[in-house]
Design a protein around this ligand. Structure first.
Ligand code: GDP
Length: 480
């Protein structure tokens, strides 16, 4: 439970700066767009002489989170897998090849449709669900919304190319999410591939495969020749056993929106991965800020479904609007409750958008002015560097620049070029992006321009610390 400082100020009809000051007196450094927890907010409200009436998510959404399942109710469920790796290493080819191994698809006439995820039944009868959007952008965007849908990541590394920048990013994203990896060394049909080199490169990024004494499974595959796909599936099922994946199918459904769109003929369409319980045709649900009765459900083979249990992705029709990918779907008993939750979330989304719009207007010079005026108490920084050593050194150096009046907060420090997710993070926290010997992707640059996020490029560490120190003092000259 949290509220942004701006939102709290709005609700008390107080000036944002006054709330920031009140927080500061309580020893809490927060900018207008930052969130504070409910207890802190309550103290502030009392400080302003108001009485607290918490109408919080947990009040409105009470009962949404069902009872805790007992051990006997939890039954094994299929694993949910995301495929990641460097561009052109064969993610799409592998997803296509794995899909073709589905015995259930053959029974269904082999007609498949792309709904954002699919489930294969392997000859032994076990099932595996694959998220059909390769790459870590979707993975991280979902995670940024608090959704964790993936049980494990299959990291595709082309044998002839080895570990590349996006391979490393994928490793970090998977690690940040605490999700285990399985390495699929792809393109082993190519002549002259050097597997040892790939293993050594992975080792340098702390992915230690079994043949080097680690616990990461490594499978050699060829996506285009269909080699060893069964071995990869066995490895996935083995990892699933280790994870002891279970869910209670006998309860109201809970899941996550994987994909959504507005279809001309069918209206809002959302692909939902059911994670707990069973979703049934006719169920009343809330999905993000939308609600509705599930009018129809289709699986990835285009079959009409009456019900969908844990780990099954289904396309659902009947929602009031298009929910965002990564948002939760929950079964609700009655329509009144569904409407109430939906209205509450729409209001909350509007508040958030308003806060974000406010943040976007805050350019660097505004920030300098706020710091100079003593209103802003923090300089937030996202650091991207070309090598790990620099990223770490910058993190340490920048943290040391904190003063009593203004703190420096390094939100994220990593190796690699600047991506949209870095900009998202910076925007959300009013941060400056420091690019050390790295560039921004075209999309990231566009997004930064649009959202008013400042990217500063450097190749010398003391220049970074000089600039950030100047920011801390509220005296940085703008970039020419
Ligand atoms: P993605 O960018 O990771 O999704 O990679 P793609 O699946 O699009 O594959 C990139 C290229 O590598 C395509 O030309 C594929 O045909 C080729 N490719 C993928 N897997 C294999 C493989 O196992 N062997 C060979 N020889 N080529 C492959």
């Amino acid at each position: 439970e949290s509220i942004t400082v701006q939102e709290l100020a709005n609700r008390m009809a107080a000036r944002g700066g006054e709330v920031v000051k009140a927080l500061f007196r309580m020893g809490v450094m927060a900018t207008l767009t930052q969130s504070i927890d409910a207890d802190t907010a309550e103290l502030v409200v009392n400080e302003f002489g108001h009485r607290v009436r918490r109408v919080s998510e947990s009040d409105v959404e009470q009962g949404l989170e069902g009872a805790v399942d007992s051990d006997t109710e939890l039954l094994p469920r299929p694993p949910v897998v995301t495929i990641m790796g460097h561009v052109d290493h064969g993610k799409t080819s592998l997803l296509d090849a794995l899909r073709k191994t589905d015995v259930a698809a053959r029974e269904a006439g082999g007609i498949t449709q792309h709904i954002g995820a699919y489930q294969v039944t392997i000859p032994g009868g076990q099932k595996i669900t694959f998220i059909d959007t390769p790459g870590h952008a979707a993975f991280t965007a979902m995670r940024a919304r608090g959704a964790s849908v993936t049980d494990m990541v299959v990291l595709v590394v082309a044998a002839d190319d080895g570990v590349m920048p996006q391979t490393i990013e994928a490793i970090h994203h998977a690690k940040a999410a605490g999700v285990p990896l399985i390495v699929a060394v792809n393109k082993i049909d190519k002549p002259g591939v050097n597997l040892d080199r790939v293993r050594q490169e992975l080792l340098q990024h702390e992915v230690i495969v079994e043949s080097l004494g680690g616990d990461t499974q490594e499978i050699q595959v060829s996506a285009t020749k269909g080699m060893n796909l069964d071995k990869l599936q066995e490895a996935i099922l083995l990892q699933a056993e280790v994870l002891d994946l279970r869910a209670n199918p006998e309860r109201g459904a809970e899941g996550t929106v994987i994909e959504s769109k507005l279809d001309k003929g069918r209206g809002p369409v959302a692909t939902v991965l059911v994670q707990k319980g069973t979703l049934r045709q006719g169920d009343m649900v809330v999905a993000g800020a939308e609600w509705g009765r599930v009018r129809a459900m289709l699986d990835d083979k285009g079959r009409q479904m009456k019900e969908a249990g844990p780990s099954l992705p289904v396309e659902i029709l009947g929602l009031s609007g298009v929910p965002t990918a990564g948002e939760p779907l929950t079964f609700v008993e009655d329509e009144g409750k569904a409407r109430e939750i939906s209205e509450y979330r729409q209001r909350r989304n509007r508040d958030k958008q308003a806060a974000a719009a406010g943040a976007a207007r805050g350019t660097l010079s505004d920030m300098m002015a706020r710091i100079a005026a003593g209103v802003q108490k923090e300089v937030a920084v996202v650091v991207k560097a070309d090598v790990q050593g620099s990223a770490e050194a910058l993190g340490v150096t920048l943290n040391k620049l904190s003063r009593d009046e203004v703190k420096v907060r390094v939100l994220h420090s990593a190796v690699g070029q600047i991506t949209e997710s870095d900009i998202q993070l910076a925007k959300a926290s009013n941060a400056v992006v420091v690019a050390f010997n790295v560039r921004a992707t075209g999309q990231a640059r566009e997004m930064a321009n649009r959202d008013g996020v400042e990217i500063r490029y450097y190749s010398i560490i003391y220049e970074v610390s000089d600039d950030i120190e100047a920011m801390v003092r509220g005296k940085l000259a703008p970039i020419q």
